[in-house]
Design a protein around this ligand. Structure first.
Ligand code: ADP
Length: 556
């Protein structure tokens, strides 16, 4: 029995083990199947993913290629536009230079002649249009150049008024621009751009108003480091419907068809005004109804300027004699003739050359204090000339480029070639004189000319001085000249400054402003320069002394 029981148990155990084994085998099989399915799914998913990635990359490459083509096309178009603008500007500016320059000279010679005036005004207007189109180009590229100099707000308002008063009078409009004695504040920024903003808005106000008035009001609020200035331009004209308020600030956008028919314009003025305002951290807004005219408000914060910055700016405006010699090279005979007319009138010593080669041959023996040269010339061009001058001359002289290329990138390229400044064609008398004084003044006062080359407007002292004063003046001046000579030899800076001061005051008192100013300028540069007197300064003082001595001799 026991044996049977054991055998039965054994059978049971074997049977159970078999069942467990077959279950385990089944579950292993299932698991393996599942794993296979998962792997299969994974492989399928991976294949799908790879396929997607590959398609994506192909698409991305295609898009990139398309984008590159589009970019190249856009760049090409932009380049063509720049080339067109540049050529157009160059081609227009060159003949405009003669029209503007000569009409200005005629107008100055005979201000009563209305033909001269009309031609001059028309030329100025044409120049404004060309400049507006160029400003549009700057707007596109975002290259606006702003000066940072000290200016008095009131001066800008006065100049703006002087211009617009004529336009308003032509249409019998009442112009209300207060004299603003309180606008005597010193700001740091670009007065030309501010005037441009105000004139654009005031010109529009006059243009779109037939009867009534145009006014400009100014308010300014002082902050710690700046003055926030608000200008409000109001007119009683045709007004602008509200739905056009945003649109008119866009480029080439003009108002209603009615506006366009009534007035000629490019539709660029407001776009440029807005861009210039915003580039200076300002805002521009408009309130207008078609019944009551328009009101434009411009707010710009200007940093405060120091008194010293203003003095430096003002120095160029003072009429002082220019003692150096200016050399001008241009293949355009008309421009040379115009420069000659202006410089002769101002009694500034000069030489003109129609070929760069002629100028270079003179360099070995003579030295100008400032050189102005055209860029595009047959033979040696302006760049080569500048390089040769820099190589040949020991002392650096300012070299200015005359150019009819007015786009900012073109101008930067020229400046990078070793020029100190640019004079853009067409220029007017004041532009030429301003650049000669600004770039060449210092150099010119240190210039050591041969005696017969000295050009001073009024070299003699007033001969109608009472004898007693004349004798005293000659005696005092001679004594001071001797003392100054001694102080120079001893490099006694305080003594030199004091004597320059004394001579300047005395010479101005007897009515010779130019010589007086020359000594005043020398005194100022001694005060400004803390170092020991240098050779250049010494030479400048000796030249001035020589001139005064010559004048004293004539007076005796
Ligand atoms: P333009 O005057 O050359 O047409 P602007 O950009 O200066 O171009 O002005 C755009 C438009 O805004 C003008 O065409 C005109 O319709 C409208 N506009 C500007 N200023 C005034 C104003 N003071 N009164 C009425 N309309 C104006």
């Amino acid at each position: 029995k026991i044996n049977n029981l054991v055998a039965a148990i054994e059978r049971d155990i074997i049977a159970q083990t078999n069942t467990t084994q077959s279950k385990a085998t089944g579950s292993i099989k299932n698991t393996l199947n599942a794993i296979q399915i998962i792997i299969l799914l994974f492989v399928l998913a991976s294949i799908l993913l790879i396929a997607l990635i590959v398609t994506d990359i192909t698409k991305a490459n295609k898009y990139r290629q398309l984008l590159e083509v589009a970019k190249k096309q856009a760049e090409q178009e932009s380049r063509s536009k720049q080339v067109l603008l540049s050529n157009m500007s160059h081609e227009i500016r060159t003949p405009l230079q003669s029209i503007l320059g000569y009409s200005e000279q005629w107008h100055k010679q005979d201000p009563e002649n209305s033909f001269n005036r009309i031609i001059h005004e028309a030329a100025q207007h044409l120049l404004e249009v060309v400049n507006e189109i160029l400003a549009y180009s700057s707007l596109q590229t975002g290259h606006f150049h702003f000066e940072k100099k000290a200016f008095i707000l009131q001066d800008v308002l006065k100049e703006t008024k002087a211009y617009i008063v004529v336009q308003a009078a032509k249409k019998n409009l009442f112009l209300n621009i207060a004299p603003y004695p309180e606008a005597n504040i010193l700001l740091l920024g670009d007065p030309f751009r501010l005037k441009q903003i105000l004139l654009n808005l005031l010109n529009n106000a006059v243009k779109y108003t037939e009867t009534g008035s145009v006014s400009l009001q100014t308010a300014f609020v002082e902050q710690e480091e700046s003055w926030v200035c608000t200008f409000t331009i109001t007119d009683t004209g045709i007004g602008i419907p509200e739905y056009l308020h945003d649109k008119i600030f866009e480029q080439f956008e003009q108002g209603t068809a009615d506006h366009n028919q009534r007035q000629a314009g490019t539709g660029l003025g407001l776009g440029i005004t807005k861009a210039i305002t915003e580039a200076q951290g300002g805002t521009i807004g408009i309130q207008s109804s078609s019944v009551n005219g328009s009101v434009f408000t411009v707010t710009i914060p200007f940093p405060k300027a120091s008194e010293m910055a203003q003095e430096q700016t003002a120095a160029y405006r003072q009429p002082q004699p220019f003692l150096g010699e200016v050399w001008i090279v241009d293949d355009d005979g008309l421009i040379l003739k115009l420069c000659r007319m202006i410089l002769e009138k101002q009694q500034i010593a000069h030489r003109i050359f129609s070929k760069a080669e002629d100028m270079i041959s003179l360099l070995a023996t003579q030295t100008p204090s400032l050189l102005i040269t055209d860029i595009r010339m047959p033979g040696l061009n302006g760049y080569d000339l500048a390089k040769t001058v820099r190589k040949t001359m020991k002392n650096a002289i300012p070299i200015i480029a005359f150019t009819a290329n007015a786009l900012p990138n073109e101008q930067n390229k020229i400046l990078e070639q070793g020029f100190d400044a640019l004079l853009t064609k067409p220029f007017q008398e004041d532009d030429l004189l301003a650049i000669i004084y600004k770039e060449g003044f210092r150099n010119a006062q240190n210039y050591s000319p041969e005696p017969e080359k000295i050009h001073i407007k009024n070299p003699a002292l007033p001969s109608e001085l009472p004898d007693e004063i004349k004798v005293q003046f000659i005696q005092d001046s001679k004594e001071d000249l001797v003392l100054l000579k001694k102080a120079l030899a001893e490099k006694d800076k305080d003594g030199i400054t004091l004597l320059l001061h004394r001579i300047a005051g005395r010479t101005m008192q007897v009515g010779n402003k130019q010589t007086g100013m020359m000594f005043r300028q020398l005194e100022a540069s001694q005060v400004a320069n803390e170092n020991e007197i240098n050779e250049e300064e010494q030479l400048a003082i000796q030249t001035a002394m020589y001139q005064l001595a010559k004048q004293l001799k004539n007076l005796q």
